[in-house]
Design a protein around this ligand. Structure first.
Ligand code: ASP
Length: 309
Protein backbone atom coordinates (compact mmCIF):
# COMPACT_ATOMS: atom_id res chain seq x y z
CA UNK A 1 0.00 0.00 0.00
CA UNK A 2 2.96 2.31 0.50
CA UNK A 3 3.73 5.12 -0.13
CA UNK A 4 0.96 7.69 0.42
CA UNK A 5 0.50 11.39 1.14
CA UNK A 6 -2.76 12.93 2.34
CA UNK A 7 -3.28 16.71 2.66
CA UNK A 8 -6.01 19.03 3.91
CA UNK A 9 -6.82 22.68 3.31
CA UNK A 10 -8.73 23.34 6.53
CA UNK A 11 -12.00 22.33 8.13
CA UNK A 12 -14.81 24.84 7.87
CA UNK A 13 -16.90 26.50 5.24
CA UNK A 14 -15.52 27.28 1.78
CA UNK A 15 -17.63 29.85 -0.12
CA UNK A 16 -18.83 28.48 -3.48
CA UNK A 17 -16.67 30.86 -5.50
CA UNK A 18 -13.57 29.60 -3.72
CA UNK A 19 -14.36 25.87 -3.92
CA UNK A 20 -12.52 25.22 -7.19
CA UNK A 21 -9.38 27.00 -5.99
CA UNK A 22 -9.38 24.98 -2.77
CA UNK A 23 -9.72 21.65 -4.55
CA UNK A 24 -7.04 22.58 -7.10
CA UNK A 25 -4.73 23.69 -4.28
CA UNK A 26 -4.94 20.47 -2.27
CA UNK A 27 -4.57 18.33 -5.41
CA UNK A 28 -1.42 20.22 -6.45
CA UNK A 29 0.01 19.85 -2.94
CA UNK A 30 -0.69 16.09 -2.84
CA UNK A 31 0.93 15.68 -6.26
CA UNK A 32 4.09 17.48 -5.18
CA UNK A 33 4.37 15.45 -1.98
CA UNK A 34 3.79 12.23 -3.88
CA UNK A 35 6.50 13.06 -6.45
CA UNK A 36 8.98 13.16 -3.55
CA UNK A 37 7.81 9.80 -2.18
CA UNK A 38 7.98 8.20 -5.62
CA UNK A 39 11.57 9.24 -6.07
CA UNK A 40 12.42 7.59 -2.74
CA UNK A 41 12.21 10.74 -0.62
CA UNK A 42 11.27 10.66 3.05
CA UNK A 43 7.80 11.22 4.47
CA UNK A 44 9.19 14.31 6.25
CA UNK A 45 10.37 15.79 2.94
CA UNK A 46 6.97 15.00 1.39
CA UNK A 47 4.82 16.63 4.10
CA UNK A 48 7.03 19.73 4.30
CA UNK A 49 6.90 20.10 0.50
CA UNK A 50 3.10 19.68 0.40
CA UNK A 51 2.52 22.15 3.24
CA UNK A 52 4.98 24.66 1.76
CA UNK A 53 2.91 24.57 -1.45
CA UNK A 54 -0.26 25.24 0.51
CA UNK A 55 1.36 28.06 2.52
CA UNK A 56 2.38 29.71 -0.75
CA UNK A 57 -1.18 29.42 -2.08
CA UNK A 58 -3.20 32.52 -1.06
CA UNK A 59 -6.45 30.49 -0.95
CA UNK A 60 -5.52 28.97 2.40
CA UNK A 61 -5.16 30.30 5.93
CA UNK A 62 -1.42 29.64 6.27
CA UNK A 63 1.63 31.58 5.10
CA UNK A 64 0.34 33.96 2.40
CA UNK A 65 -3.45 34.14 2.99
CA UNK A 66 -3.27 33.90 6.78
CA UNK A 67 -6.07 35.53 8.76
CA UNK A 68 -5.35 38.66 10.81
CA UNK A 69 -5.34 39.31 14.55
CA UNK A 70 -7.68 41.95 15.98
CA UNK A 71 -4.86 44.50 15.50
CA UNK A 72 -4.42 43.50 11.85
CA UNK A 73 -1.23 41.45 12.18
CA UNK A 74 -0.32 38.00 10.86
CA UNK A 75 0.83 35.57 13.55
CA UNK A 76 1.36 31.98 12.41
CA UNK A 77 1.78 28.56 14.06
CA UNK A 78 3.28 25.38 12.57
CA UNK A 79 4.46 21.91 13.59
CA UNK A 80 6.29 18.94 12.08
CA UNK A 81 6.83 15.49 13.58
CA UNK A 82 8.93 12.53 12.51
CA UNK A 83 7.38 9.15 13.32
CA UNK A 84 10.68 7.28 13.28
CA UNK A 85 12.34 9.17 16.14
CA UNK A 86 9.35 11.07 17.63
CA UNK A 87 11.36 14.24 17.03
CA UNK A 88 9.19 17.29 16.53
CA UNK A 89 9.60 21.02 15.93
CA UNK A 90 7.16 23.89 16.12
CA UNK A 91 6.85 27.66 15.94
CA UNK A 92 4.06 29.77 17.37
CA UNK A 93 2.93 33.38 16.90
CA UNK A 94 5.74 33.89 14.39
CA UNK A 95 5.59 36.92 12.06
CA UNK A 96 7.05 37.88 8.66
CA UNK A 97 7.96 34.32 7.62
CA UNK A 98 6.73 32.96 4.28
CA UNK A 99 6.98 29.29 5.25
CA UNK A 100 6.55 28.63 8.98
CA UNK A 101 6.54 24.86 8.32
CA UNK A 102 10.16 25.05 7.16
CA UNK A 103 11.08 27.04 10.27
CA UNK A 104 9.37 24.39 12.42
CA UNK A 105 11.52 21.77 10.73
CA UNK A 106 14.64 23.80 11.51
CA UNK A 107 13.58 23.96 15.17
CA UNK A 108 13.40 20.16 15.11
CA UNK A 109 16.71 19.68 13.35
CA UNK A 110 18.89 22.51 14.64
CA UNK A 111 17.84 23.11 18.25
CA UNK A 112 17.44 21.04 21.39
CA UNK A 113 13.92 22.46 21.84
CA UNK A 114 10.57 21.52 20.35
CA UNK A 115 8.86 24.91 20.11
CA UNK A 116 10.00 28.50 19.67
CA UNK A 117 7.54 31.35 19.95
CA UNK A 118 7.02 34.91 18.69
CA UNK A 119 10.14 37.13 18.90
CA UNK A 120 12.39 34.15 19.76
CA UNK A 121 11.19 32.23 16.71
CA UNK A 122 11.96 35.23 14.51
CA UNK A 123 15.40 35.61 16.11
CA UNK A 124 16.08 31.94 15.36
CA UNK A 125 14.90 32.42 11.76
CA UNK A 126 17.41 35.25 11.34
CA UNK A 127 20.20 33.12 12.79
CA UNK A 128 19.32 30.33 10.32
CA UNK A 129 19.36 32.76 7.38
CA UNK A 130 15.62 32.39 6.77
CA UNK A 131 14.58 35.62 5.07
CA UNK A 132 11.94 37.82 6.71
CA UNK A 133 9.22 39.02 4.36
CA UNK A 134 7.12 42.16 4.68
CA UNK A 135 3.86 41.44 6.48
CA UNK A 136 1.97 42.93 3.53
CA UNK A 137 3.18 40.06 1.33
CA UNK A 138 1.29 37.59 3.58
CA UNK A 139 -1.98 39.56 3.60
CA UNK A 140 -4.53 39.01 0.85
CA UNK A 141 -7.44 41.32 -0.02
CA UNK A 142 -9.78 38.55 1.10
CA UNK A 143 -8.24 38.23 4.57
CA UNK A 144 -8.20 42.02 5.02
CA UNK A 145 -11.86 42.21 3.96
CA UNK A 146 -12.87 39.52 6.48
CA UNK A 147 -10.83 41.20 9.22
CA UNK A 148 -12.52 44.57 8.61
CA UNK A 149 -15.95 42.96 8.47
CA UNK A 150 -15.39 41.35 11.84
CA UNK A 151 -14.26 44.59 13.50
CA UNK A 152 -17.74 46.09 12.99
CA UNK A 153 -19.62 46.56 16.31
CA UNK A 154 -22.41 44.16 15.27
CA UNK A 155 -20.00 41.47 13.95
CA UNK A 156 -19.69 38.06 15.60
CA UNK A 157 -16.07 37.01 15.05
CA UNK A 158 -16.48 34.01 17.34
CA UNK A 159 -19.23 32.59 15.13
CA UNK A 160 -17.12 33.33 12.09
CA UNK A 161 -14.13 31.61 13.71
CA UNK A 162 -16.20 28.48 14.19
CA UNK A 163 -17.49 28.50 10.62
CA UNK A 164 -14.58 29.46 8.39
CA UNK A 165 -11.14 27.99 8.80
CA UNK A 166 -8.38 27.07 6.40
CA UNK A 167 -5.37 25.65 8.16
CA UNK A 168 -3.27 23.32 6.01
CA UNK A 169 -1.64 20.00 6.81
CA UNK A 170 -0.26 16.75 5.49
CA UNK A 171 0.60 13.22 6.59
CA UNK A 172 2.67 10.70 4.65
CA UNK A 173 4.19 7.23 4.70
CA UNK A 174 7.36 6.69 2.67
CA UNK A 175 8.68 3.54 1.03
CA UNK A 176 10.54 2.61 4.21
CA UNK A 177 7.31 2.77 6.23
CA UNK A 178 8.25 5.94 8.10
CA UNK A 179 5.37 8.29 8.86
CA UNK A 180 5.43 12.08 9.31
CA UNK A 181 3.02 14.97 9.77
CA UNK A 182 3.07 18.73 9.20
CA UNK A 183 0.47 21.41 9.97
CA UNK A 184 0.55 25.19 9.44
CA UNK A 185 -1.96 27.97 10.16
CA UNK A 186 -2.66 31.66 10.51
CA UNK A 187 -4.95 30.62 13.37
CA UNK A 188 -8.43 31.93 14.07
CA UNK A 189 -9.90 34.98 12.39
CA UNK A 190 -9.62 38.15 14.51
CA UNK A 191 -7.90 36.26 17.31
CA UNK A 192 -6.24 38.18 20.13
CA UNK A 193 -2.59 39.13 19.64
CA UNK A 194 -0.44 36.36 21.10
CA UNK A 195 -3.18 33.70 20.90
CA UNK A 196 -1.65 30.31 20.16
CA UNK A 197 -3.93 27.49 19.01
CA UNK A 198 -3.66 23.74 18.77
CA UNK A 199 -1.50 23.62 15.65
CA UNK A 200 1.99 23.89 17.25
CA UNK A 201 0.98 21.78 20.27
CA UNK A 202 2.24 18.24 19.98
CA UNK A 203 -0.62 15.70 20.06
CA UNK A 204 -3.14 18.40 19.15
CA UNK A 205 -2.23 19.91 15.74
CA UNK A 206 -0.37 16.78 14.76
CA UNK A 207 1.38 13.63 15.90
CA UNK A 208 3.46 10.98 14.14
CA UNK A 209 4.68 7.65 15.48
CA UNK A 210 5.86 4.75 13.33
CA UNK A 211 4.25 2.38 15.83
CA UNK A 212 0.75 3.84 15.28
CA UNK A 213 0.49 6.30 12.36
CA UNK A 214 0.34 10.04 11.72
CA UNK A 215 -2.37 12.69 11.99
CA UNK A 216 -2.69 16.37 11.02
CA UNK A 217 -5.70 18.25 12.41
CA UNK A 218 -7.70 21.39 11.66
CA UNK A 219 -10.65 23.04 13.34
CA UNK A 220 -11.42 25.00 16.46
CA UNK A 221 -8.08 24.99 18.25
CA UNK A 222 -9.35 25.58 21.76
CA UNK A 223 -11.64 22.53 21.40
CA UNK A 224 -8.97 20.37 19.69
CA UNK A 225 -6.62 20.99 22.62
CA UNK A 226 -9.24 19.87 25.15
CA UNK A 227 -9.30 16.39 23.57
CA UNK A 228 -5.68 16.27 22.22
CA UNK A 229 -7.26 15.21 18.96
CA UNK A 230 -4.24 13.88 17.02
CA UNK A 231 -3.04 11.70 19.88
CA UNK A 232 -6.59 10.52 20.64
CA UNK A 233 -6.92 9.20 17.09
CA UNK A 234 -3.62 7.33 17.36
CA UNK A 235 -4.71 5.90 20.71
CA UNK A 236 -7.76 4.38 18.99
CA UNK A 237 -5.52 3.02 16.23
CA UNK A 238 -3.28 1.44 18.86
CA UNK A 239 -6.42 -0.29 20.13
CA UNK A 240 -6.93 -1.81 16.67
CA UNK A 241 -9.15 0.73 14.91
CA UNK A 242 -8.57 1.63 11.25
CA UNK A 243 -7.51 5.22 10.40
CA UNK A 244 -11.07 5.97 9.29
CA UNK A 245 -12.81 4.47 12.34
CA UNK A 246 -10.30 6.04 14.77
CA UNK A 247 -10.74 9.45 13.12
CA UNK A 248 -14.55 9.23 13.21
CA UNK A 249 -14.64 8.04 16.82
CA UNK A 250 -12.37 10.88 17.96
CA UNK A 251 -14.17 13.57 15.95
CA UNK A 252 -17.52 12.37 17.31
CA UNK A 253 -16.12 12.44 20.85
CA UNK A 254 -14.85 16.01 20.33
CA UNK A 255 -18.24 17.09 18.99
CA UNK A 256 -20.26 15.58 21.82
CA UNK A 257 -17.81 16.29 24.66
CA UNK A 258 -16.78 19.89 23.89
CA UNK A 259 -19.09 20.84 20.98
CA UNK A 260 -16.10 21.38 18.69
CA UNK A 261 -15.89 20.82 14.95
CA UNK A 262 -12.73 19.65 13.25
CA UNK A 263 -11.16 17.74 10.37
CA UNK A 264 -8.22 15.35 10.13
CA UNK A 265 -6.01 13.46 7.72
CA UNK A 266 -4.71 10.17 9.09
CA UNK A 267 -2.39 7.37 7.91
CA UNK A 268 -1.21 4.11 9.42
CA UNK A 269 2.32 2.77 8.81
CA UNK A 270 1.01 0.33 6.17
CA UNK A 271 -0.36 3.15 4.03
CA UNK A 272 -4.06 2.94 4.91
CA UNK A 273 -5.43 6.48 5.05
CA UNK A 274 -8.47 8.62 5.87
CA UNK A 275 -9.65 12.22 5.42
CA UNK A 276 -12.57 12.87 7.79
CA UNK A 277 -14.35 15.95 9.19
CA UNK A 278 -17.35 17.12 11.21
CA UNK A 279 -17.24 20.67 9.79
CA UNK A 280 -19.45 21.39 6.78
CA UNK A 281 -16.46 21.07 4.44
CA UNK A 282 -12.77 20.25 4.28
CA UNK A 283 -10.72 20.33 1.09
CA UNK A 284 -8.53 17.22 1.04
CA UNK A 285 -6.49 15.16 -1.42
CA UNK A 286 -4.54 11.91 -1.25
CA UNK A 287 -2.05 10.36 -3.65
CA UNK A 288 -1.29 6.64 -3.66
CA UNK A 289 -0.60 3.97 -6.30
CA UNK A 290 -0.55 6.65 -9.03
CA UNK A 291 -4.10 7.61 -8.14
CA UNK A 292 -5.27 11.02 -6.94
CA UNK A 293 -8.27 11.10 -4.59
CA UNK A 294 -9.92 14.36 -3.52
CA UNK A 295 -13.07 15.94 -2.12
CA UNK A 296 -14.54 18.95 -0.35
CA UNK A 297 -18.08 18.16 0.86
CA UNK A 298 -19.12 15.35 3.20
CA UNK A 299 -19.17 12.05 1.32
CA UNK A 300 -17.47 13.48 -1.77
CA UNK A 301 -14.66 11.30 -3.12
CA UNK A 302 -13.35 11.79 -6.66
CA UNK A 303 -10.62 9.60 -8.08
CA UNK A 304 -8.41 10.12 -11.11
CA UNK A 305 -5.04 9.04 -12.43
CA UNK A 306 -2.19 11.11 -11.00
CA UNK A 307 -1.06 11.94 -14.55
CA UNK A 308 -4.43 13.39 -15.54
CA UNK A 309 -4.30 17.20 -15.40
N1 ASP B 1 -6.78 24.86 14.36
C1 ASP B 1 -6.49 26.21 13.93
C2 ASP B 1 -6.39 27.09 15.14
O1 ASP B 1 -7.23 27.01 16.01
C3 ASP B 1 -7.52 26.79 13.01
C4 ASP B 1 -7.90 25.92 11.85
O2 ASP B 1 -7.65 24.74 11.81
O3 ASP B 1 -8.47 26.46 10.91
O4 ASP B 1 -5.51 27.89 15.18
Amino acid sequence: MLPVVVVHGGAGFVPKERAMQSKAGVCAAARSGYAILQSGGSSMDAVVEAVTKLENNPSFNAGCGSVLTTSGNVEMDAIVMDGKTLASGAVSAVRNIANPVQLARLVMEKTTHTCLTAHGANQFARAMGVPEVPQESLITEYSRMRWEKNLAPDANPVECQMGKMGTVGAVAVDIEGNVACATSTGGLLNKMEGRVGDTPCIGCGGFADNQAGAVSTTGHGEAIMKVTLARLILFHMEQGQSPEAASDLSLAYMKSRVQGLAGVVTVDPQGQWAARFTSSQMAWAAAQKDCLHYGLYTGEHFTQSIDEP
